[in-house]
Design a binder for this molecule. Structure first.
Ligand SMILES: [Zn+2]
Length: 597
C-alpha cells in the first residue's frame, strides 16, 4: 500500500463527493489549509432543512486517512440531542456499525440523504423507543464519551448494584493498588475496587462480591460518593470532582497517604444508559493528588532512609478521572448467556497438563461455578510450549498453576486443587488418595479425565460409574495428529471397557498418530509426546463443548447432547495437515464387555 493521501490515490473521488453534495443541495467548502497542513480533508457543510428535518444546519465532515475504505465522520457543533450525538466531540452517529454498513462506493451525500433525517429525528426523541432507529438496539453510556480518563487506571464496580434512589451521598471505600496515574501510558496499572458504598448513618448499600475482592490488592482508601441528577457534561476530572463535592452537602473527603502522596477520592453516581432502553447508575471516579510542594518540605526534614517518592506536578493539585470497570458476576457472564446454568456446577479435572489446563481455563471462562484440579506434577519451563499457564506458574504444582490461572481469568469460579498422584502405585504405607477424592467427587456434576493414560482412564471411569457421576475423557495422539473425546453419562448403557472393545474391533477408528518417536527432553524422567498447542487445543475445545452442553442440559438451555465419542483427525494418511475433521459415534453396550454388573 502506498501512503499517498486518498485524494491522490483516487483522483476523481474528491470531486465526485463534492458534486454529489451539490446535487443534494448541500453547500460545501473544503478547508484547503487543513488539507495542506494536516493532509486531511475537512469539509464545512451547510445542510438544508429538507435533510435535517428541522432548520438549516452547519456541519463539518472529516474524511479519514483510509477513506473510502471507512466512512467520513460528520460533526454538528450547534446540535443538542440526547441520543446519537457525542456530547463532547459532537459527532453525529449516522451508522450503527460504521464498518459494516458503509460500502466503499458510498458517498457522504448518500449518508446525509439516507441516514441524517432519521438520525436527527431519533436523536431528538425523548423516549428510548423513539430514539431507536438502527436495527441493533444499543445503549449510549455517557461515561463512554469522556476522553480525559487517566491511562491504565480503573475502578471496579458491580453493574447489578442498585443504590436506593433516595440515597444521595455517603462514604465509599475503595481498595486501591498501583502507582498514581501519570503520563506514561505503559506504566503499571492503577486498579481500584469499590469495597463499600455506604450511608452517613452507617448502612452499606453495595459491596463487590467476596470472590472478586480476593483478587484485589493494595490499600483501603476512604472517599465520598454523591448522586447527580445527570452526568457532568464537561469532559474534565476537576469539573466532575466539583460537581460531586457540590452534591455532597454533608461530607468532605479526607486526605490519605498513598504512595508517598496525599490523595482524596470522590465518586459520582448519575443516570446512564446501560442497556437498550435501560437507564441505571453510571459511576465516575476522581482521584485528587495534592500538589508536590508539601511533600518536598517533608522530604527535607527526613533523615536517612530512602527518599520518599514525590509527585512532580509542581504546586498544583492534580485531578485524575478513573475509568469505571463493571466486574460483577452478571457483568462478566453477560457475554455467555447460554451457559448461565454452569454457574451452579462443580467439575473435577484430573490431569492439569496441556489438555487439562486448556479445559480448565475454558470452563472457567464459560462460567463453571466450581473446579477441582488434581495433578501431582510440577510445571517445568518446557511445559509452557503447550500448557495454558504462564511463566509465573513455573515451579508450582501444575494443579496450583492452573488454579491460579483460572482464578485470574474467571474471578467467579471457585478453584480448589489437590496434588494427588492418581493412577500409579502408591508409596508403601501411604493412604490411597483416590479413596478420599472419590468421596468428595460424589457432590460433583462431572469428572473430566485429562490424564491421557489408559490405566488411569480405566480407574477413573470405574470410580465415576460407581459414584454415579458423568465421565468425560479426552486424549490426543502423538504429534497431536488426532484426538478423541468420550462422554459416558450417568445412565449410559455402555462403559469405558465397552469403549476399549469398540476401539479394539475398529468400530471406532484410532485417530492418526505421528510416526515420530516420543521425545525425552533433557532432565525429564519420562519421554513425552510431541505436538503443538494449537493442535492439542482442538481436542480440549471439543471436550469443553461437550462438557458445557451436558452441564447445561436439563436447565432448559442446552442443545442436544451430541455424540458419545468423537474422533478427530488433523492429518491425512500422508501426514499432511488437513482441516480438522470430527466424526461422532453413538455407542451401546459391547457384546464382549464383561465389566457390567
Ligand atoms: Zn461395558
Amino acid at each position: 500500500m502506498s501512503f499517498l493521501p486518498w485524494w491522490q490515490r483516487y483522483p476523481e473521488r474528491l470531486q465526485w463527493e463534492i458534486s454529489e453534495l451539490q446535487a443534494l443541495g448541500v453547500v460545501c467548502r473544503v478547508d484547503e489549509e487543513k488539507r495542506t497542513e494536516n493532509q486531511t480533508v475537512v469539509m464545512e457543510l451547510s445542510v438544508p432543512g429538507v435533510l435535517t428535518g428541522t432548520a438549516e444546519l452547519n456541519m463539518t465532515a472529516v474524511f479519514p486517512d483510509y477513506y473510502p475504505l471507512v466512512p467520513p465522520k460528520v460533526f454538528a457543533a450547534d446540535l443538542e440531542m440526547p441520543h446519537h450525538l457525542n456530547p463532547f466531540s459532537k459527532e453525529v452517529c449516522l451508522l450503527g456499525t460504521p464498518s459494516e454498513e458503509w460500502g466503499t462506493n458510498g458517498s457522504l451525500a448518500q449518508l446525509l440523504r439516507d441516514q441524517l433525517p432519521e438520525a436527527i429525528r431519533a436523536g431528538l426523541s425523548d423516549d428510548h423507543e423513539g430514539a431507536e432507529w438502527n436495527e441493533k438496539p444499543q445503549a449510549e453510556p455517557y461515561g463512554a464519551y469522556y476522553t480525559t480518563y487517566a491511562s491504565a487506571a480503573m475502578v471496579l464496580v458491580d453493574g447489578s448494584w442498585s443504590i436506593p434512589e433516595d440515597a444521595v451521598h455517603g462514604p465509599i471505600e475503595i481498595r486501591l493498588a498501583g502507582p498514581l496515574p501519570g503520563p506514561d501510558v505503559t506504566a503499571a496499572r492503577t486498579l481500584g475496587g469499590v469495597v463499600a458504598v455506604g450511608s452517613d448513618t452507617g448502612q452499606t448499600y453495595a459491596t463487590l462480591d467476596n470472590q472478586l475482592q480476593e483478587l484485589l490488592e493494595g490499600q483501603l482508601v476512604h472517599g465520598r460518593w454523591s448522586r447527580l441528577t445527570s452526568a457532568v457534561n464537561v469532559d474534565d476530572a476537576r469539573a466532575i470532582w466539583d460537581a460531586g463535592q457540590k452534591a455532597d452537602s454533608s461530607g468532605s473527603t479526607r486526605e490519605e497517604s498513598y504512595q508517598g502522596c496525599r490523595i482524596q477520592v470522590r465518586a459520582v453516581l448519575f443516570p446512564e444508559e446501560t442497556g437498550p432502553r435501560k437507564v441505571s447508575d453510571g459511576w465516575a471516579f476522581v482521584l485528587k493528588v495534592r500538589g508536590a510542594q508539601q511533600q518536598n518540605n517533608k522530604n527535607k526534614n527526613r533523615r536517612g532512609g530512602a527518599p520518599r517518592p514525590v509527585s512532580v506536578s509542581g504546586g498544583a493539585d492534580q485531578y485524575h478521572l478513573l475509568r469505571t470497570g463493571r466486574a460483577g458476576r452478571s457483568d462478566i457472564r453477560a457475554r455467555v448467556p447460554e451457559h448461565l446454568p454452569l454457574a451452579t456446577k462443580k467439575v473435577a479435572i484430573i490431569g492439569a497438563g496441556a489438555i487439562g489446563s486448556a479445559v480448565a481455563v475454558h470452563l472457567g471462562r464459560a462460567g463453571v461455578g466450581h473446579l477441582f484440579v488434581i495433578d501431582a506434577d510440577v510445571l517445568e519451563p518446557g511445559n509452557l510450549v503447550r500448557h495454558s499457564a504462564s511463566f509465573d506458574g513455573v515451579g508450582l504444582l501444575k494443579a496450583a498453576a492452573v488454579a491460579r490461572l483460572v482464578r485470574s481469568v474467571a474471578p467467579y469460579t471457585q478453584v480448589v486443587f489437590n496434588p494427588a498422584y492418581v493412577g500409579g502405585s502408591r508409596p508403601q504405607g501411604e493412604p490411597d488418595p483416590l479413596r478420599q477424592i472419590s468421596e468428595e467427587l460424589r457432590s460433583y456434576h462431572l469428572l473430566i479425565d485429562a490424564s491421557a493414560d489408559r490405566g488411569t482412564q480405566r480407574i477413573l471411569a470405574t470410580i465415576a460409574r460407581e459414584i454415579g457421576i458423568p465421565y468425560l475423557s479426552l486424549e490426543a495422539t502423538n504429534g497431536a495428529w488426532g484426538g478423541m473425546v468420550a462422554y459416558i453419562g450417568q445412565d449410559s448403557s455402555w462403559c469405558h471397557s465397552c469403549l476399549e472393545w469398540f476401539r479394539f474391533d475398529k468400530t471406532i477408528p484410532d485417530p492418526a498418530n505421528s510416526p515420530v518417536a516420543y521425545t525425552q527432553p533433557v532432565g525429564c524422567a519420562q519421554p513425552t509426546f510431541t505436538g503443538a498447542s494449537f493442535d492439542l487445543e482442538e481436542v480440549s475445545l471439543q471436550a469443553v463443548r461437550t462438557a458445557a452442553t451436558q452441564l447445561s442440559a436439563g436447565d432448559g438451555s442446552a442443545a442436544t447432547p451430541g455424540f458419545d465419542v468423537a474422533v478427530m483427525e488433523l492429518r491425512n494418511e500422508a501426514g499432511e495437515r488437513t482441516l480438522p475433521t470430527w466424526n461422532g459415534y453413538n455407542l451401546t453396550r459391547h457384546a464382549e464387555c464383561t465389566a457390567h454388573p
